[in-house]
Write a protein that binds this ligand. Sequence first.
Ligand code: GRF
Length: 201
Amino acid sequence: KRMVIFASGRGSNAEALHEAVENGTINAEIKALVTDIPGAACIDKAKSWGVPVIVADRKSFDSKQAFEQYILDAIAPYAADVICLAGFMRLLSSDFISHYEHKIINIHPALLPSFRGLHAQGQAVAAGVKIAGCTVHFVVPDMDAGPIILQSAVPVLEDDTEDTLAARILTKEHPTYVRAVQLFCDDKLTIDGNVVRGTQG
Ligand code: GRF
């Protein structure tokens, strides 16, 4: 499978995917990394992997449509089978998603449908939940929605802050994202309405 990764920041999930591609766990090749943030740390990571980097600075475009069209045109030559959003902080429009139906996967640091959106880990701490975690899901136009592929749970401790919980969730994000993308690239997943099947084999 031909993979393109979208990231906006540190890129630790992108790094986990790259490592899994390199060691043969994920049957794919990473064709490019797209980022909306010039100077993001994920750029240097991608360059160290020898992966082409596409920087689309949202401020350089006079509309979301132009921003997305630039990205669509830039990644078209890679003929991606899968787009992995790994800490990508932009919402993709229905039109963009329609170009890659059921081929865009995202990881969110909460047990969806709880705690959609930003600061999900902080939302969990504030809500006083005792279990938190991460969700890997197919991307649909609704934010942090879409058919769930895998979830992993971590305990929330009484003295947790957003940062201590985020660090604990992050340790589960990497293997969970790798397993989900591995299953996708091995064509093990089917989508039945809102239910993804093939993850428990
Ligand atoms: C991760 O916690 C991910 O779940 C969220 O943003 C963070 C990105 O971290 N969407 P990184 O850039 O992958 O290290």
